[in-house]
Design a protein around this ligand. Structure first.
Ligand SMILES: Cc1cc2nc3c(=O)[nH]c(=O)nc-3n(C[C@H](O)[C@H](O)[C@H](O)COP(=O)(O)O)c2cc1C
Length: 435
């Protein structure tokens, strides 16, 4: 398959306007500006492009929710990319910033938006500098600013460096952070399309979603929709990491077998190792096992298997790693990143880490696994945003799929740890933070 977003990605100088234009850059914008906003939106609708940031909501549908009229409307590109396992947006921004800028200008035209922001993860200093330079170049060339290329479209674009927290990738926390407040999620509804940045209607899309927009305009929405499979159209940049021989970003057509990505492209686990489990959509996706490798890699197949495609970040864990280590790593990340605004997430993530530490220290019983699984059920769907769910879903899946290993670990730890022989009522107090 021809690559779209990654076409020529390693060509030297692609981050400059000169090389980008030489490769046909900004032609899609010229085409879009000769069309009405409604016609551009229609192309996006035809493409059936689903958001690449996690939730998989159809991009054009979201854009169509913005009210018509001349009020101040905003576009926020979500470039926070803090999910463990995700690193595709970094490469897209670093190597091809104009592709994203062109996508932002076209998307803004389709929804009648005049002010746009790219909210970029604070640690992405190099990528933010590259974007700043590209925005300045685009302004000088008339692709941004007043009456773009002599059309009716005016757009300002500001690159805003983020505050250094995973929660700022959640769309409403992102808006608060952009407004200069602490990045905490807002209660929804109202949804950002109605009341977002500075209370104005706001379209929020991921870097990869917006980077696909020029290609949709260039090839036509219907042709784009022929790529991939039904309900998962187009291509996807997949970040593959963990126990694979060739970790990296790969652009694939949605719907190819997962095995082809993990073994074919990323080289599979190291020689002599087998896959224990894999996260198909970043650390917040329920884990799948080696039995699921022949599933098609698309939104619906991942959901049917009880997991999710999420941001398209595959993390592979081989049989050298105890599942308790994986669970602890995941739970500690979400505990650290919980903003603390809502109780199920704040208490649930902390409690889960404590329970996992008890299991690791040999102080738990098999009944604790049942309690822990039920706690995950109480977190899912009960938080202000899905950060709590993002821990509960993978942890719940590990308990369900690797219960035997958890129990065996508990038993072995109980026999080998001096704490394991302590009287049951005093032992919990011996580990820090035990409840
Ligand atoms: C805790 C949390 C972190 C998130 N982080 C990101 C992120 O870094 N980048 C992103 O695009 N979406 C992230 N999302 C999803 C956004 O809330 C939102 O759905 C997305 O930006 C919409 O863009 P899309 O429709 O193009 O996918 C996160 C969601 C949650 C709950």
């Amino acid at each position: 398959m021809e690559r779209l977003l990654f076409a020529g990605i390693d060509e030297p100088g692609l981050d400059t306007l000169e090389v980008y234009e030489r490769r046909g850059g900004y032609q899609a914008l010229r085409r879009a500006l000769q069309m009405t906003p409604e016609a551009v939106l229609h192309e996006l609708e035809e493409s059936e492009l689903r958001g690449r940031g996690g939730a998989g909501f159809q991009m054009a549908k979201k854009a169509s929710f913005l009210p018509k009229g001349s009020m101040d409307k905003y576009l926020c590109c979500n470039a926070d990319e803090s999910e463990p396992g995700a690193f595709k947006d970094r490469e897209l921004m670093q190597k091809n910033p104009h592709q994203l800028i062109e996508g932002v200008v076209i998307a803004a035209w389709s929804a009648g938006i005049n002010r746009a922001f790219i909210y970029i993860r604070g640690e992405y200093v190099l990528q933010a500098d590259i974007l700043d330079a590209a925005v300045a170049e685009a302004e000088r060339a008339g692709y941004l600013g007043e009456r773009i290329l002599g059309s009716e479209h005016t757009l300002s674009l500001v690159v805003h460096r983020g505050a250094g927290a995973y929660i700022c990738g959640e769309e409403t926390a992102l808006l608060d952070s952009l407004e200069g407040k602490r990045g905490n999620p807002r209660l929804k509804p109202p949804f950002p399309a109605n009341q977002g940045l500075y209370q104005g209607p706001t379209l929020i899309n991921n870097v990869e979603t917006l980077s696909a927009v020029p290609h949709i305009l260039a090839m036509g929405g219907a042709d784009y929709a022929r790529l991939g499979v039904a309900n998962s159209t187009g291509t996807k940049v997949v970040s593959v990491s963990g126990h694979v021989q060739r970790p990296g970003n790969y652009e694939i057509e949605l719907g190819i077998p997962s095995r082809e990505i993990i073994y074919g492209l990323a080289g599979g686990p190291p020689e002599g190792r087998a896959i224990k489990c894999w996260f198909p959509g970043g650390s917040s996706a329920p884990v799948l096992t080696a039995e699921d490798l022949d599933l098609a890699y698309d939104f619906d197949s991942m959901a049917k298997a009880g997991s999710m495609l999420g941001s398209g970040s595959i993390i592979v864990i081989d049989d050298s790693t105890p599942i308790i280590d994986v669970a602890l790593k995941v739970a500690k990340f979400y505990r650290h990143e919980s903003c603390g605004k809502c109780t199920p997430c704040r208490e649930g993530t902390n409690w889960t880490v404590t329970m996992l530490e008890r299991i690791d220290a040999g102080l738990a019983t098999p009944m604790d696994l049942d309690i822990m699984a039920s706690v995950q059920d109480h977190i899912i769907g009960h938080c202000l945003c899905v950060l709590g769910d993002s821990m509960a879903m993978p942890i719940g899946s590990m308990i369900a799929k690797f219960r035997d290993e958890f129990e065996a670990h508990m038993e072995a730890a109980r026999h080998s740890s001096p704490l394991g022989t302590a009287p049951p009522d005093t032992a919990p107090a011996l580990i820090q933070g035990a409840v």
